[in-house]
Design a binder for this molecule. Structure first.
Ligand code: MEV
Length: 319
């Protein structure tokens, strides 16, 4: 029986989130958590429809992605069932929506026998992300597609440049923990909030962007030079800039201060969150147990991820 299984990773913004929407560079890494899309032929019409109904129920976005794909590639899905499984926490700033767009588009492309063309998959995934997020930079779908650690820049809507960095996270660096603090807002809402801030005070915002660019460069250099102190300081400065952009909630700021007082460096990663939590927090610390104990008080469970693994990947193709 015909079968296609494709997976795509989540992502972590090391630096430059939000600023990247305004043409500044960002550094992003793929993470070792993935989303899987399985397409399978069926004999009975019934099972196929039920599976697509379930997908529509679970994720409106998946249904939109399929509609978008159908616009450029006529595809008959009446005898195809689809399953989506993911270990990327959703709505946390870890690229779950970009992973869905990339993996689903890649799987549908394979199903109709298109060549494996990651640039084209990425392009279509960007269109889907525009649909979902309004004015995304395209960084999320690009790192999810290509994997690795990426230097990314949206120069113009139709011109995006990126560089797959040959650097690796040094083994000598402290352990990286992620923790999902949850959030009430969508990425779209947070990007719109920052856009309003920019319109209100352009000179101040321009300064913020320049500082963010500086920190993004400093962070890459710190990783390249295996300079732990410089990395920790860049993480903290990056966090301060995100706070000035207004995308960090009071509760998250308080938690980050506590992490710092225990000798760790931490920042939100991705769009953030203003009202309750601020999505995922990236923590670098040599005191893993102490940090874990602190997070337990907040009922948060941290997890470790490897950064910079493979991007979109064909897991199984039976055509
Ligand atoms: C969202 O993961 C990252 C943002 O910079 C938005 C974007 O890049 O499109 C907030």
């Amino acid at each position: 029986m015909k079968k296609v299984v494709v997976s795509a990773p989540g992502k972590l913004h090391l630096s430059g989130e939000h600023a990247v929407v305004y043409g500044e560079p960002a550094v992003l890494a793929s993470i070792s958590k993935r989303l899987y899309v399985t397409l399978e032929g069926v004999n009975s019409q019934d099972t196929a429809e039920t599976s697509w109904d379930k997908i529509k129920n679970d994720s409106e976005y998946a249904a939109k992605i399929v509609r978008l794909f159908k616009k450029s590639h006529p595809i008959d899905l009446s005898r195809v069932k689809c399953k989506i499984a993911s270990d990327i926490p959703a709505g946390a700033g870890l690229g779950s929506s970009a992973a869905l767009a990339v993996a689903l588009i890649a799987a549908l492309s394979q199903w109709i026998g298109l060549p494996w063309d990651v640039a084209r998959i990425n392009e279509l995934a960007y269109k889907a992300e525009q649909f979902q997020h309004g004015n995304p930079s395209g960084g999320d779908n690009t790192v999810v597609t290509y994997g690795g650690i990426l230097w990314y820049r949206k120069e113009l809507d139709f011109l995006k440049t990126f560089w797959l960095l040959s650097i690796k996270i040094p083994r000598s660096f402290p352990v990286f923990l992620l923790v999902n603090t949850g959030r009430a807002e969508t990425t779209k809402e947070l990007v719109e909030y920052v856009a309003k801030l920019q319109k209100k005070n352009r000179p101040v915002f321009a300064l913020l962007l320049a500082e963010m660019e500086n920190i993004t460069r400093t962070m890459v250099r710190a990783i390249h030079d295996e300079n732990e102190a410089a990395l920790l300081s860049a993480i903290q400065k990056n966090q301060q800039l995100l706070e000035r952009m207004g995308v960090v909630s009071v509760a998250t700021k308080e938690l980050l201060n506590k992490i710092e007082s225990l000798g760790g460096a931490a920042k939100i990663s991705g769009a953030g969150g203003r009202k309750v939590g601020s999505g995922v927090i990236w923590i670098a610390s040599r005191h893993k147990q102490t940090i874990t104990d602190l997070l337990k008080n907040y009922q948060f469970l941290p997890f470790e991820v490897q950064l910079g693994g493979e991007g979109v990947r064909r897991e199984q193709i039976v055509l």
